[in-house]
Write a protein that binds this ligand. Structure first.
Ligand SMILES: CC(C)(COP(=O)(O)OP(=O)(O)OC[C@H]1O[C@@H](n2cnc3c(N)ncnc32)[C@H](O)[C@@H]1OP(=O)(O)O)[C@@H](O)C(=O)NCCC(=O)NCCS
Length: 200
């Protein structure tokens, strides 16, 4: 993806390294693997995500997604990453630091998904730890928020395992699977993170 370095935080070839995963921005060459993984995981993911547009898995929609991603990255609005297994470079999922608010907030919202075949193996925990380092280091954020449905045990366990703290319930917070639903609201501050996770 060709990116212009307009923002202080834009590095076109950013690679965020975890163990055993790494994260990078999506490119057109990722389309086949992305569409296959999303299609195979559709039933697993749909209950937890906004309703998929009918053409969501098409090449044209992926191209539009990349354009939107590029604009968001350039404008320091969102950082949408794909997650790859470092052992075989296979795409396993995705993770976005979105809704970046600068000024007096310096906050972003974390969202993530894992391909069904790769879930429950600790890969997302590794990816989230790596992105925390990136967010509190290179992106100079100080707070990461995450919201999940109260019955999403996997997501709750992931957030609590990483050290996110529950702050309350956000009523009818997001439209997920076609319905406005209450969400548990979690956040992690840079001051919550012990030194090995935070490289400053
Ligand atoms: C939520 C999700 C991203 C977590 O990814 P993952 O790869 O399964 O997570 P990890 O393997 O890194 O596991 C992280 C923690 O969750 C736990 N976990 C994994 N699968 C679980 C399950 N089926 N039930 C309960 N906890 C589970 C792990 O045990 C681990 O906790 P622990 O270390 O305390 O044991 C993934 O399951 C997913 O994409 N789910 C469907 C979509 C979704 O929920 N998106 C998020 C919306 S907020």
């Amino acid at each position: 993806m060709a990116l212009f370095r307009l923002s202080l935080f834009v590095e076109p070839n950013t690679i965020v390294r975890g163990k055993p995963v790494y994260l990078r921005y999506a490119e057109m060459r990722d389309y086949d693997g992305w569409a296959k993984l999303r299609a195979q995981s559709r039933e697993f993911l749909e209950p937890w995500e906004p309703t998929w547009p009918s053409d969501d898995l098409s090449r044209a929609a992926f191209r539009r997604r990349l354009r939107r991603n590029r604009d968001e990255i350039i404008n320091d609005e969102a950082y949408p990453f794909l997650i790859f297994h470092a052992g075989n470079n296979m795409l396993v999922g995705g993770l976005t630091l979105g809704q970046v608010r600068r000024g007096v907030a310096q906050t972003a919202t974390l969202g993530y998904w894992m391909g069904e075949a790769h879930a429950g193996q600790g890969l997302m925990a590794s990816a989230v730890r790596a992105i925390i380092d990136h967010a509190f280091g290179a992106l100079a954020l100080r707070r990461i928020e995450a919201a999940c449905l109260p019955h999403n045990e996997r997501s709750i366990r992931l957030l609590e395992h990483i050290g996110f703290r529950k702050e309350g319930i956000a009523r009818a917070y997001l439209q997920i699977a076609g319905r406005w639903q209450d969400h548990l609201f979690y956040a992690l501050l840079d001051s919550d993170v012990p030194p090995p996770l935070k490289q400053r």
